[in-house]
Design a protein around this ligand. Sequence first.
Ligand code: C2E
Ligand code: MG
Ligand code: MG
Length: 675
Amino acid sequence: MATTLMRNTAPKEHPGRYYGFQAAVSACAVIGAAVVCVVGGTAATGTFDVPFAFWLTAGLALVAELRPTRWGGLWMSPIASIYLVYVLATMVTWGFLPAIIVQSAAIALLCAQIRATAWRTVFNASQQGLALVLAWFVWNAVADGAVWTGGAAQMLTIFAAGTVWTLTSFALVAGRQSLRTGAGWPGLFWQWFKSEWALRATQVAIAPILATAAMASWWLVAASAIPIFAVYRILQTAADRERQADRDPLTGLLNRKGFQQVVDAKITDATETGTTVAVLILDLDRFADVNSALGHEVGDQLLVELAQRFRADKPPGKAIAHLGGDEFAFTWSELDGMTDPLECAREIRARLDAPIVLGDASVEVDGSVGIAVFPDDGPDFQTLFRHADIAMYESKQRASSFARYAPEFDHHSPERLLLLGDLRRALDHPDAPGVNLFYQPQVRIVDGEVIGAEALLRYSHPERGVVNPAEIIETAEHSSVMRMLTERVVDIALRQLRSWNEAGYDLRMAVNVSVRDLQSPEFTDFLTGRIDAYGVDAAKLQLEITESALMADPRRVVVNVQRLSDLGVGISLDDFGTGFSSMQHLRRLPVTEIKIDKSFVTTLIDDPDNAAIVSTTIDLGRALDVEVVAEGVEDEKVRKQLEGWGCHAGQGWHFAKPMSADAFERWMADHRREQ
Ligand code: C2E
Ligand code: MG
Ligand code: MG
């Protein structure tokens, strides 16, 4: 695992200080051990006339490390060791030198198993050697050369010595870590302490029991191995359980918590080495349909099957997570061998290619992948995750298979968040000023009769003045404010429509609806309620839908649009011709009208291609029996050309710009007089 290997590397900055620290720790350990052996006499060096109990103790200390427990946290020590109990017991029974030899041998064994480099092994042996030196001084201050008898004073002293050993070791490891990563020492020390104190305290508490056993007979040492190994097993089970807490029970992949831990560790490694880490989020399309059509059990089976596909040979990610629902996440870093994050996205997509066979059913799966890469797209997990999510959403909207995050996808820049907040406040109070509608007439081309109006949002911000409606929609669309906004727009527009109808104007009202409105069925309910409340004819309402709205989640949107159409309201395809699959939408939706986008209309006189597009669209409308409205009619030449092609209606500055309701009424009166 990269984390383990990374612990073997030195930081790019200040390697001198890093190595200097380790050399100093090693020197102190060697000198300290020498001093102890000299001043401590045989109480320190032992007699080497050691009984079988010693060999048994030493042997057990090593056996304990033959299968080290992988400890839960990836960040902290990756394994749990229990030789401390044997080392402390050896020290108080047979002296310092035998203890440090046992300890160093156990460390060497352990380090070999986790593939630590030689100098890392030396550092570990040194820092724990130094810890043992200090522990011996504490022990010797009270015991003063006496052997273990198990008296109260000795008991307390062995606890004190064990505590000193533990704290010294934590302090030195945190020091090395701090020099390696640049993180603050106190924080690191505290993290070590929190994750390991219980394990160490247990061993320190058992040490006197083992020492007493060792003094009595070797078979008591053998017998005491059973409770010690039982403790070890409990630790192992606890570590396993901790690992399970990071897993998704359905698929066996990581869950969000586990995924975050892995990504955090990768970011730490990448920071040190100046490399990159990619976070990818996959969201399946139409998974809800699978669930509702085939049942949740089949839906679950599909997820399990997919998880297996992702895990199969050369997985497209070093860690894979199921985030719940139909979302999966992947991470890969340069250190793991990633060369191009897009390659990873392609590989993920490739695994969706073949249909999934579940019993009799064969299900086609599709999905979009969003990519965010450390450090360019974010400094930490939270940001990367959010940005990958935004990129995924963007890729869905564009109907492409994957997208890498770009700041312009982010609809939550600080200015936009402020705008959103102000807009929300303006919408919270029904009478608060700021949110208004302008109306632009829609005119029948042949005779100039006004057939209706398009309601266009105008928001005047207290400081910024009138904000471009496209910016407002883009900002609000990704939040719950969009619903409030549409509800307000519908409310004002329907009230205005009733008032004009009562005044004798036979007009229809066109209202723009956004992607978000069409994704939930609630909008239909809301609209039904409002149409009833204002007592207007549903057929007088025209809902304008843009193609981008239809691409976000076509199936769900189609269902909702059908329900809206069933209400009797007209459905208009706005900005027609600018999307990817205009024809398909025409076929699948209950469309009553096409609005040709103004980019084709304004220039149709000088641009033969645009002229061809507009005239063909008008023909298409006729053939399909839907009305065609040309947007962006800016002059008489265009109007005349549209009349020649038989276009039904037009909208644009040639007739009138969008205006307030009062101005619209005055304009209507003038317009009628002119006719
Ligand atoms: P849209 O629905 O295509 O609206 C037509 C846009 O073209 C309006 O821009 C209108 O002012 C502009 N326009 C009209 N005649 C001409 C012309 O002759 N030449 C040119 N160059 N432009 C013309 P506006 O008001 O800035 O609105 C922009 C877009 O914002 C709208 O495009 C619509 O997609 C969206 N929008 C506006 N109000 C709402 C709303 O209440 N809800 C939602 N969801 N979207 C809205
Ligand atoms: Mg429109
Ligand atoms: Mg339009």
